[in-house]
Design a protein around this ligand. Structure first.
Ligand code: FAD
Length: 541
């Protein structure tokens, strides 16, 4: 089953077009039941309907089991997914969900007390990583995005009457208030013809080990579909509970398992990044919305109690309102797709939210399902390829996160000492060995870069790894600058002058609210990072 040629053959047979069922085929896939009404359920239902409009899609959601209600920081890929793949209108998203922007993550992490920036425009390396380190001892200001983050600005300018935006040259992501996002997606799903059933699935009736015949609701209804998408969150009602799929924990790399969350006033000061601050037994996020900052302390319940975590959060950030506890576990099921069941979202896999990978993976999983689903259960089915591919994505994220824990030297609390000692980084060790011999990795020669990408592939590429390792000041042999330092300094001054005239984020967002043309440039211009050509190249159209 794992022979690569057989897998490729199966994929080729399915083809890249979205196949339509033929009339009269009793095994045709026409009726899809998406079980769960969180972000995973709605995004998956919308993706299926957007690309295979002939499917009869029903979303079943329990009114007695609430959605998890977190999941607000995203990555730039998700911006393309929303607008190009799902066809969500930017003006409508701005009006309904009122997103803010994320140019990257600001890490209060590593030695000393300074923060380092992990910007999304890292691959531009527009000012220069090595020069930044040689000039002031850390990686900040190595790109224009990083310089904007340091100064709390967004690259939008007031020139005469109209605003001018450089956002199309700087990859960014959204912060999305979870309640508003799910509310908006619910309405969109209804407008796009997705049926909605309010019911709790109490029983899953199998016709054999890997095949769901129908599901039974708490009020005694039997619902039957050709395909079941399990979006029931951590309960994993079908993939985990009914099909008893084995689970692979990431617990040896990621020790956190709870978060206490709350909101805090920001007085109109909207930062253009997600912030990750080291805490005694984990870390705390800061996600700006238009109204306030959302905070969440992610911690290990083996080390501190829930009360201690709440106390630390509210003492460190006085004024936090309505603290709420969220429990989670990091890991994935062995397979996402078994028989006529596919798990998407937390029902299949989850890692703690340090790199905002939840919504990214939902998009990836939904895209994979839409692209590989056959028209009929009589057609070839690339299950093994899908299961291997998605598992590799999750495992890569696990290893990427593990290096945040292994190398963070900010605090000497019992939790952090244990992390430095015990965190399993084995999946990234070959990459760490290459890094130790010379960095930035993204400046090593092409053969070494290729090797590094093969031994430890990651969504964030070698630039992303460079930011994390150099940002945390993990020892390496720093490569030569390769140019006079004065030239680096001149670029840095040029970036600083662009930053100095850029608007504070709140004003920049208001410019986008008022001038829809700015979003049009961002999403339609051929030279934009979020334009249709890039989306097409990434399979997002
Ligand atoms: P849920 O939101 O839990 O939805 C499950 C749905 O299934 C609900 O509608 C429920 O009613 C329904 N359901 C369950 N059982 C049944 C049943 N038997 N019958 C019928 N319906 C049922 N991701 C990011 O991208 N960025 C972040 O910043 C981020 N932060 C996070 C912070 C924390 C602490 C956690 C835990 C996660 C975070 N995530 C983040 C991940 C993100 O929250 C999830 O990936 C996302 O919300 C998807 O959730 P879901 O739809 O899978 O599950």
């Amino acid at each position: 089953a794992t022979d690569p040629m057989a897998l490729l053959g199966a994929l080729a047979a399915v083809g890249s077009d979205h196949a339509r069922p033929v009339d009269g085929d009793p095994r045709a896939i026409r009726r899809v039941g998406v079980i769960g009404g969180g972000t995973a359920g709605y995004l998956t239902a919308l993706a299926l309907k957007a690309k295979r409009p002939w499917l009869d899609v029903t979303l079943v959601e329990s009114t007695s089991i609430p959605i998890i209600g977190v999941g607000e920081a995203t990555v730039s890929y998700f911006t393309l997914f929303l607008h190009h793949y799902l066809g969500i209108d930017a003006a409508e998203l701005y009006a309904r969900v009122r997103p803010t922007w994320k140019l990257g993550i600001k890490f209060d992490w590593g030695p000393g007390s300074d923060a380092f920036m992990g910007p999304f425009d890292w691959s531009a390396d527009s000012v220069g990583l090595v020069g930044a380190i040689k000039s002031h001892g850390n990686i900040n200001g190595s790109t224009l995005g990083s310089a904007m983050m340091v100064a709390d600005r967004a690259p939008v300018y007031q020139v005469g009457q109209d605003p001018v935006s450089l956002m199309k040259y700087l990859p960014f992501a959204y912060h999305l208030d979870n309640a508003r996002l799910v509310g908006y997606l619910t309405e969109l799903a209804e407008r796009r013809g997705i049926h909605h059933v309010e019911a709790t699935i109490d029983d899953v009736v199998l016709s054999d080990d890997e095949w769901v015949d129908h599901v039974r609701t708490g009020d005694g209804r039997d619902l039957s579909f050709d395909l079941y998408v399990d979006c029931t969150g951590f309960r994993s009602r079908l993939l985990g509970q009914a099909l008893k799929t084995p689970y692979r924990s990431f617990g040896s790399s990621l020790f956190t398992d709870r978060a206490v969350t709350g909101n805090i006033e920001h007085g109109g000061d909207i930062v253009p990044y997600t912030q990750a601050t080291t805490m005694n037994a984990g870390w705390c996020w800061r996600i700006p919305t238009r109204e306030d900052d959302h905070r969440g302390y992610v911690y290990s319940s083996a080390v501190i109690s829930d009360d201690e975590a709440e106390h630390e959060l509210t003492t460190r950030f006085p004024g936090i309102k309505n603290p709420r506890l969220v429990k989670f576990r990091s890991g994935r099921y062995e397979k996402a797709w078994r028989g006529n069941v596919v798990g998407i979202g937390n029902s299949y896999g989850f890692v703690e939210p340090l790199e905002s990978t939840g919504l990214l993976m939902i998009a990836t999983e939904a895209l994979t399902l839409v692209s590989t689903l056959p028209a009929s259960w009589s057609d070839p089915q690339p299950r093994d390829a899908v299961n291997m591919g998605l598992a590799q994505h999750w495992d890569a994220i696990r290893w990427l996160l593990s290096i945040h824990y292994k190398f963070n030297t900010r605090l000497d609390t019992p939790f952090w000492k244990e992390c430095r000692q015990l965190t399993d980084v084995s999946g990234f060790q070959p990459l760490l060995d290459i890094y130790a011999g010379g960095a930035p990795l993204s400046r090593r020669n092409a053969v070494v870069q290729d090797l590094a990408n093969r031994v430890a592939p990651s969504f964030f590429g070698l630039y992303g790894i460079d930011c994390l390792l150099l940002g945390q000041q993990v020892p390496t042999r720093l490569l030569d600058l390769g140019e006079p330092l004065e030239r680096w300094q001149a670029r840095s001054r040029a970036a600083d002058s662009l930053v100095a005239r850029a608007l504070p984020t709140r004003q920049a967002l208001e410019a986008f609210d008022a001038f829809p043309e700015l979003n049009r440039q961002l999403l339609q211009d051929a030279d934009s990072w979020a334009g249709p050509q890039i989306a097409e190249r990434m399979g997002l159209r």
